[in-house]
Design a protein around this ligand. Structure first.
Ligand SMILES: [Zn+2]
Ligand SMILES: [Zn+2]
Length: 135
């Protein structure tokens, strides 16, 4: 793994054109089974790690990102070169000041493990599942 400044982690898209550095502490890390995440990422589950907007800095390639408004007030951005889904940002309530990044894009360690399942009722039966104490 690459090395980072203490208290930070790096995420990159598949082509490496987009890179962010996120400052700890993260806000949460969750497996999301909602229909919108699953179809947007073409995956059975998407694992997100959330940060306050001010904690996420684009090292390069923010201009490569293309926005897609997946629902009113919610924008998912993806790399225009390689197609990697990179950010989830929403103007709704608790998420208004946050940027959520797929945990899979991190190339250096983050400060927490997944700890919660979001929208488990929308999980396809074939998708992997891990129950947490709070479920
Ligand atoms: Zn890319
Ligand atoms: Zn979701």
């Amino acid at each position: 793994m690459a090395s980072n400044a203490p208290g930070t982690a790096t995420a990159r898209c598949h082509c490496g054109g987009v890179e962010v550095e996120a400052n700890f502490p993260s806000r949460f890390c969750a497996h999301c089974y909602c229909w919108s995440c699953r179809t947007s990422h073409a995956a059975g589950v998407v694992t997100w790690i959330g940060f306050k907007r001010a904690q996420v800095r684009f090292v390069k390639g923010e201009d490569l990102l293309r926005p897609y408004e997946s629902s009113r007030g919610t924008v998912r951005r993806f790399c225009g070169v390689c197609g990697t889904r990179f950010t989830f940002e929403s103007s709704h309530g608790q998420w208004a000041d946050e940027v959520h990044l797929p945990l899979a894009l991190f190339v250096t360690p983050v400060d927490r493990e997944p700890g919660v399942n979001s929208f488990p009722a929308e999980r396809p039966a074939w998708a992997p599942f891990h129950a947490f104490a709070d479920d």
